[in-house]
Design a protein around this ligand. Structure first.
Ligand code: DX5
Ligand code: ZN
Length: 226
């Protein structure tokens, strides 16, 4: 994975057809997705349960590009190896998931994955101040994690703060939650470069009619470009 700060669209498969994950991953990539965002939820860190390493391994052959795994789980450390084995390119852990985020990020890099840290809306940018040399991505949650289709929570101030903290380090700023053609320009202007979108990408389309996925991805990308 080479680093550049061009805008990337990362559809979240939380909004995909749960009976057709492999085909949905192939469809969104064919329709222009840059990354595939995989939302892992454990029913403990967040009030919802989705899927685990076995499902990630099952979809890996259907994803040509980056598999961006967002762990909304606690604890994280016991599962890092399994998600790396499943083929995750990026493994993102929440700073709120436990007391030892520094060790968790070390462990993610030790298994050869890119390391991401995620911040819930209530967590200030300063929480990653001591982590900037340990991460390849900072995920700014713009919803409270657990569900797709929620209302965007404006975190543009936090994004601007992070952008200045990061400087020219090769660290992506990812926005996750409520991203659509209205909110995309706000966060792109503040300094974000990876835009996760679930409902705004999958709405109106299906595996058998994927064209809306492409139109939705283009609408978000064009809006972000301003
Ligand atoms: C929420 C997930 C998000 C969510 C995005 O906990 O981390 O990735 O699926 O879905 P939308 O784009 O519909 O808000
Ligand atoms: Zn996510």
């Amino acid at each position: 994975m080479s680093f550049d700060r061009s805008i990337k669209i990362a559809p979240s498969i939380l909004s995909a057809d749960f009976a057709n994950f492999g085909a949905e991953c192939a469809a969104i990539e064919a329709q222009g997705a840059d990354w595939v965002h995989v939302d892992v939820m454990d029913g403990h860190f967040v009030p919802n349960i989705t899927f685990g390493p076995a499902m990630c391994a099952a979809i890996r052959p259907h994803i040509k590009g980056v598999m961006d795994v967002h762990l909304m789980i606690s604890p994280v450390d016991p599962f890092i190896d399994a998600f790396a084995q499943a083929g995750a390119d990026i493994i993102t852990a929440h700073v709120e998931a436990g007391p030892h985020i520094h060790r968790t990020l070390q462990a993610i890099r030790a298994v050869g994955a890119k390391a991401g840290v995620a911040l819930n809306p209530g967590t200030p940018a300063g929480a990653v101040e001591e982590l900037l040399d340990m991460v390849d991505l900072v995920c700014v949650m713009t919803v409270n994690p657990g569900f797709g289709g929620q209302k965007f929570i404006d975190m543009t101030g936090k994004v601007r703060t992070l952008r200045s903290m990061i400087g020219d380090r090769p660290i992506h700023i990812e926005i996750d939650g409520g991203v659509d053609p209205v909110t995309a320009p706000m966060v792109a202007a503040a300094g974000a470069d990876v835009l996760v979108a679930g409902s705004a990408v999958f709405r109106g389309g299906s595996v058998s009619d994927p064209a809306p996925y492409g139109a939705n991805i283009r609408a978000i990308r064009d809006a972000a470009a301003g």
